[in-house]
Design a protein around this ligand. Structure first.
Ligand code: FES
Length: 113
């Protein structure tokens, strides 16, 4: 019998969408989002919180001009321009401090792109 895994309490979504060179809209992968994704994965493992925090690679999160785009649920916090250097602060504040926002990375309130 397969053991039941609990649902994650927190989910970190990282956009890994990649558009071809010369596309009208930018995308997150060419800006380095795979590296951001792996940094989140590595640090979640090192912090020992894998049983409650899931890091998920996604397609376009509809804020392409602002990427790299990251969203953290259930807090509904959206971050713009995320780099590997921002990962630790997001984990320490938003994940470990239960939804505290990293204000300097706040996504502007713009329509979906
Ligand atoms: S390509 Fe990342 S938000 Fe659209």
């Amino acid at each position: 019998m397969i053991p039941l895994m609990p649902h994650p309490q927190i989910q970190i979504l990282v956009c890994l969408n990649e558009r071809p060179p010369g596309s009208a809209k930018p995308s997150c992968a060419p800006r380095g989002s795979l590296e951001v994704y792996h940094r989140f994965k590595d640090r979640v493992k090192e912090l020992g919180i894998r049983d409650r925090v899931m890091v998920t690679r996604t397609g376009c999160l509809k804020h392409c001009s602002q990427g790299i785009t990251v969203a953290v649920w259930p807090f509904n916090l959206w971050y713009r321009g995320v780099t590997v250097d921002d990962v630790e602060e997001i984990l320490q504040r938003t994940v470990l401090e239960d939804g505290r926002e990293v204000e300097r990375l706040r996504m502007p309130d713009i329509p979906w792109e």
